[in-house]
Design a protein. Structure first.
Length: 176
């Protein structure tokens, strides 16, 4: 894909349904590319669709925000915000599943999705954000560039496609 203009928007429950096949493909693409997003390759279509169905339910329940990046009307990236629901945690949220299709990378989409999810967090009165990523992945540089602070590393946290257990770094950011 050559560099093209993209837009970012939040999807409602009703808007997620017609996008389920492309969202499933996006997740499969990320897993095949080695992303540590909870699944191991090869990721079949059914579990990918089931995952996005669960996201749709969480969005409907008001516990999650789903943002998508689109180019030419097609979803090429996503990021989610899981809103804490316990009374002592209503100020925090977890950023999860930052995905950009392999053919749409290196266009600033991931950075813009992160900035947009921070704005969504602010709109939901969330001031403490947390996330995790495999140690040594390019995503670490993005999170550091955006002002996230490493809280610590957990060794042998995530199994990767090779079967090895890899360390994960937990990051946080306090929004002003």
């Amino acid at each position: 894909m050559s560099q093209r203009v993209f837009s970012i928007r939040m999807l409602t429950e009703a808007e997620i349904q017609p996008h389920l096949p492309i969202l499933a493909h996006l997740l499969q693409d990320a897993v095949e590319g080695g992303a540590s997003v909870g699944y191991l390759p090869p990721l079949a279509l059914e579990p990918a669709l089931a995952y996005w169905h669960d996201v749709m339910v969480a969005v409907a329940n008001g516990h999650r925000v789903l943002l998508v990046a689109e180019q030419d009307g097609k979803v090429v990236g996503t990021v989610q915000l899981d809103l804490a629901t316990k009374p002592n945690g209503l100020h925090r949220a977890e950023v999860s599943k930052l995905l950009v299709h392999s053919q749409a990378r290196r266009q600033g989409i991931a950075q813009q999705l992160m900035l947009a999810i921070e704005e969504a967090a602010y709109q939901h009165h969330r001031t403490t954000l947390v996330l995790d990523t495999l140690q040594g992945e390019p995503s670490e540089l993005l999170y550091q560039k955006l002002g996230y602070t490493a809280a610590g590393t957990i060794p042998a946290f995530a199994r990767v496609g090779s079967g090895e257990l890899e360390p994960t770094v937990v990051y946080y950011k306090l929004l002003a």
